[in-house]
Write a protein that binds this ligand. Sequence first.
Ligand code: NI
Length: 226
Amino acid sequence: MLLKIPSLLTSSQIQQCRELLYATDWIDGDITAGYQSSKAKNNLQLPEHSDVSRQLGDVILDALATNDLFISAALPLKIFPPLFNCYQAGQSFGAHVDNAIRRVPGTPVKVRTDISITLFFTPPEEYDGGELVIDDTYGSHRVKFDAGDMVLYPSTSLHHVTPVTRGHRLASFFWLQSLVACGEKRRLLFDMDRAIQSLTKRLDDSQEIIKLTGIYHNLMRHWSQT
Ligand code: NI
C-alpha cells in the first residue's frame, strides 16, 4: 500500500528544519547505501550522528507519535532514526530495493524494513525532477508531495528518484518495522480501523461497533509480532 500522510509537519516546523538543513554540512550519500544501491545512489546526506540530524529526527518522531493515520497504517514497532538527503545539480538515485535489515548505528538494535518513508521538505515548485517513482504490481507511481507531506510505501518495492535538474530537493527518509510483517494483513487492519472510526462517529457505541473493535484487536493478537 502506498499512502500519503498529509501535513505531518506544520509550515513553521518545515521552515525551521529547512534553515537548519541549509546551514549544516553534508556528506556523500553512499554512507548508508548497500553494495548494489551504492552504485545507483548519487546524492548528499547528513551524517547520522550530527546534532542537526538528531534534532530534526526528534521533531519527526514526535509528530509521528501523535499522527493517527500513520499509526493506523504502519502499526509501528521499531522506527529507524530519520536520515536526511539532498539532491541537486542532476543528482538521482537509480532503481533499487532497500536493504531488508538495518542496524541502528551505535546500538545492537536491528530493524526489519517493512515500510519505507519519505518526508518532503521542499515544495515541488522549487525544483524540477526529483520524483520518487515506486513500482508495484499496479504499475509505476510518481510521488512529489508538498513540503511537510510524507509517503509510506512497501520496502519490498523497486523504486528510484529521478534527476533533480533545477533547485534542491531536501527530504527525510527512513524505515520502520511494523508489528504486522505482512503488508496484506496490515492493509486489512488499516481498512477495518478506518471503517470502525468512521462508524463510531455516526453510531456512537453500538453493540456492532464493540464487536467489530473486538475483532480488530483479536486479529492484531493473531498477526502481530513484538
Ligand atoms: Ni530506497
